[in-house]
Every structure is written in C-alpha cells, then in structure tokens.
Design a protein around this ligand. Structure first.
Ligand SMILES: *Cc1c(COP(=O)(O)O)cnc(C)c1O
Length: 505
C-alpha cells in the first residue's frame, strides 16, 4: 500500500484534488483521504459525546454555515466530515432510537464504498457488468426468502418503501384498471368516466400510499382508510365491508395494501384475509413489508408475516431491519409478466439486438434511469452474515423491545400502548393530573428537551383518532448491540425529562 500511496501523493504530501477513485491508481488516491475521513469521524463522534449534538437547530445551523464558509481546499474533507459526524443523530448510540433509522453494519458500508468508487449504474449492462448480475442473483434470493418462485418472480432495487409502494400501485393500476377498461392505462391515462378506482389500506398504512395514488392520477381520495384495532392492525371485517360497499357504489377495487409492520407499532395486517379478499374482488394485493420484511430473517418472527407469498407485489427495506446504509429498498412481484407496463426500450441503453446477443438490461424494471448498485452491499452482507446471522440481529432487537416494554409497564409514570410486535413500542409519560391536552404537551415537550440537551432521540407520534390524548412516544430498537440496561436507562432519562417539563409549567 505504501507504494500505491506514493504514486498518488506526488508532492507536499497532498493528494491531488482531482485524483479519481477508479483505475489502478484509485485505491492509492483514496487511502490518505479515507484515513482523513476515519479520523474525522472519530473526532466528531467524541466531540458529540452522545446520540445527537446538544443545542438548538439554529445553533447547529450557524456552526454548519461557519465551517462551510471557512473550510477551504485540502482541509475541507476533514473539517466538514468532522462537522457531519459531530452534527449527526447517530443510530449506533443506544439512546438514538426514534425512527426506522438503522445503524449500518461496517461491512455493508465498506462494500458500499467499493460501489461509490467504481460507480456502476444499473440502467445498462455496459455501465455495470458484474453489478447487473449481482442484482439479478440477489433478487432471486430475496424472492425465495419471501416465498416466491424465483423462476417466476421479478424485482428491482429501489430508493425505499416509498418508491416500492408507488411501483406496486402503478402495476396494480395498469393491470386491474386496464383489464376493466379494456385499454392500456399507461398509454392512454386514467379516464374521467368509468367506475372510480379505489385502493384499500389501513388507517395506519404509510402515507406513501396516498402520495402514490396522487402521482398515479387516481387522487389521494381514492384511498379508502380501513379502520384498525387497538394494536393498529387492519380489521378484517372492516376491509370486507369496505370492499362490499365499494362494489355496491359501482366503484372498482384496484388494490389492497396490507402493511406487514406498520411504521409506528410494527403491527401486521391479516395477510391471508387480505389475499382472499383481493382474489374475491379481482384486486391486486401489495404487501408493504418495508419494516416487517425483517421478520423473514428470523425463524422466531417469520410466522408473523405468514401469507406474504400470496401478494402480487412486496416492498422490503434493508435500510431498516437489514442494517444497510441508505438506500436499500427492494420491490418484488410474484409474476414477472405483471411488470409489463414498465418495460422501456431506450435505443442508447438497451437496444433489442444487444439483448438478443445476450446483454441483459435492468432498465425496464425500474422507474429510474441512472441507478446506484445498492444490491452489492446487501449481497455482501447476506454472504458475510448469512440469513441466520441477520436473524440473530433481528431477534436481539425484538428481545430489547420486549424488555423495554416490560420496563415501561413496571414504571408508575409510564404507560405502554401495546406489546411490541417487532422491535418498536409506543408509550407515554403520565404527568400528575391526567388532563389529556396537558399530557400531550408534556410528552411533546420532553422529547424536544431530550434533543436540546443532546441526551436522547426518542420518537413522537399520534394514535389514530380525534381529539387530545393521542400523543405518544416511541422507541424503535434497531441497534442489536444495545443492552436491556441501556434501554432501561433511556426510559429513566425520559421520565426525568418529563418531570423537568412538569416543573417548568
Ligand atoms: C419506512 C416505511 C416506508 C417508506 O420507506 P422509505 O424507505 O422511507 O421510502 C413505507 N412503508 C412502511 C411501512 C415503512 O415503515
């Protein structure tokens, strides 16, 4: 490495600012820069000293503006990296547990560095020869994990659940509405006349379902919110009656979106009932398993998502339970032929004669053109840890959530909403005198206090419904190295912040 290093450091010990990351000289050019990045990451983390920098957003923005203005030439990488590390909410800290924001595995980040250095683009084989083959193989393996027949399934890497949900609903629109209207919707568009297309999703489904409906020309109002039970699971009888009413009004049920792992509570909708109703009404079944897909890795938790293989399409997110750096979304369909409306031919990317000559193309599988090789880090992770190794991480996080929920239950000032399903639970601090509006204010304020003091990053959400008393705190435990003692300490920090808020009121 020393010899390589010398060749990239021609004079004054400085790497040329215009050095490239590829080629035989790339590793040598990267070596001192990576050294600088690693040092800066360590310094920034030490300076932060916790899950998030203390202070207000304005204070942090002012520091960012100052360093951004001052950083210059050769020191910009080091200074700005140290600032980024200092100013990050770091999910590797046990007290950073708000969102489905995972601490990435070092091995996945290292694999992603190789992708960044080589910069393959998945829209044509001649920009990504090996990466194209890796993505194809990985998708077959993930299809098998879901329970699909990999010889019949198809899929693509996406930016995340949002894009995957959009793709599932787009294929649903083209297929189901196309069949009803007797024409190609992707060509002629959604007509104003004809039966109104409807999408059914639980009231706790991800907001990207509504967003997708808007983008697809169906309108957000096309989404029928199906009531949920206390655990935020879709009520099967409510779905059945919503479908009955829809058809009685002369409308067209296009898709059912079943959530396997809601963002807040990890609740899993009744997948088999959703599949049976989708089949009965000729609707597409999309399973949004952006969070709950992680259960497929664990022998203990896999039964939670039983029935997922009945879905026409599935969203998975390995930047949640999968410990990948963003982005690591996956979209899969059970039958490759249902992908037809997305197929694209671009003469400069995937000409027919190239494909006939054996040069494969992933272009027609994605909404995007230029696309990172996000499959690579997942493939490396899967081969390094195996499904079992990843399953142990899922189980560890599940056990942390169960232990945390027990601790909440045992604490007189904390109230648990429901037992954890996956790795998250929703709860609240109970102040003196249980006025609901006051309780909401204290919980919302204590979370901001924890951020301001740099002590914890705790989630905040609201239960479905109307009126005060719905604000809840949330812990999403995605760090498999966190201990149950650390989760208990975090809960005590929450209580102390709640008491401090009460005293200031
Ligand atoms: C996170 C999440 C999404 C959105 O995924 P992104 O990767 O953030 O685009 C969709 N659905 C569910 C259930 C989620 O938890």
């Amino acid at each position: 490495m020393a010899a390589l290093l010398r060749s990239a450091v021609p004079s004054g010990g400085q790497v040329q600012n215009t050095a490239l990351s590829g080629g035989t000289g790339g590793p040598g050019a990267l070596e001192p820069l990576l050294q600088a990045v690693l040092e800066a990451l360590a310094k920034g983390a030490v300076r932060r000293g916790g899950p998030v920098p203390s202070g207000t957003p304005e204070e942090l923005a002012a520091e960012v503006a100052r360093v951004f203005a001052e950083a210059d030439g050769g020191d910009a990488l080091h200074r700005l990296t140290e600032l980024l590390a200092y100013g990050s909410a770091d999910p590797a800290d046990p007290s950073c547990a708000a969102h489905l924001h995972c601490p990435p595995l070092a091995v996945a980040v290292a694999a992603d560095l190789a992708v960044a250095a080589l910069n393959p683009s998945q829209d044509s084989w001649d920009q990504a020869p090996a990466a194209t083959a890796v993505e194809t193989l990985l998708l077959q393996e993930l299809a098998r994990l879901v329970g699909y027949d990999p010889a019949e399934a198809a899929g693509v890497l996406t930016s995340g659940g949002t894009e995957s949900n959009l793709m599932g609903l787009m294929l649903a629109r083209d297929r189901v509405l196309g069949r009803a209207a007797g024409r190609q919707i992707e060509m002629s568009g959604v007509a104003g006349n004809g039966p109104r297309p409807r999408i059914f999703a639980s009231a706790a489904a991800h907001f990207s379902v509504q967003r997708s409906a808007a983008l697809l020309g169906l309108g957000e109002d096309a989404v029928v919110p199906v009531p949920v039970d206390h655990e935020l699971r879709m009520k099967p009888e409510a779905l059945a009656s919503a479908l009955r009413d829809c058809v009685a009004r002369g409308e067209l049920p296009v898709a059912i979106v079943a959530t396997a792992g809601t963002t807040d509570t990890g609740a899993v909708d009744p997948l088999r009932t959703c599949a049976a109703l989708a089949a009965e009404y000729g609707a597409w079944l999309h399973v949004d398993a952006a969070y709950g897909g992680g259960a497929l890795l664990s022998d203990e938790l896999a039964p939670l998502v039983d029935g997922i293989a009945l879905a026409d399409s599935v969203s998975l997110d390995w930047h949640k339970l999968g410990w990948q750096p963003v982005a690591a979304g996956i979209f899969l369909v059970r039958k490759a032929e249902t992908y037809a409306s997305l197929a694209r031919r671009a003469v400069y990317l995937n000409p027919q004669d190239d494909e006939e000559a054996g040069y494969p193309s992933l272009l027609g599988l994605s909404l995007r053109t230029t696309r990172r090789a996000d499959a690579f880090k997942i493939a490396v992770t899967l081969r390094t840890l195996g499904r079992d190794g990843l399953g142990r991480l899922v189980d560890a996080c599940h056990a942390l959530a169960r232990g945390g929920a027990e601790a909440v239950r045992a604490h007189p000032r904390l109230e648990l909403h429901a037992d954890p399903v996956l790795t998250a639970f929703v709860f609240r601090y109970v102040p003196e005198g249980a006025d609901p509006a006051h309780t909401d204010r204290v919980n919302a304020a204590l979370r901001r206090r924890l951020l301001r003091e740099g002590r914890a990053v705790v989630g905040r959400t609201e239960l479905p419904g109307e009126g005060p008393g719905r604000v809840r705190l949330k812990l999403t435990l995605l760090n498999p190295h966190t201990t149950s003692a650390e989760v208990e300490r975090l809960l005590h920090t929450v209580v102390a912040a709640g008491q401090a808020e009460e005293e200031t009121r």
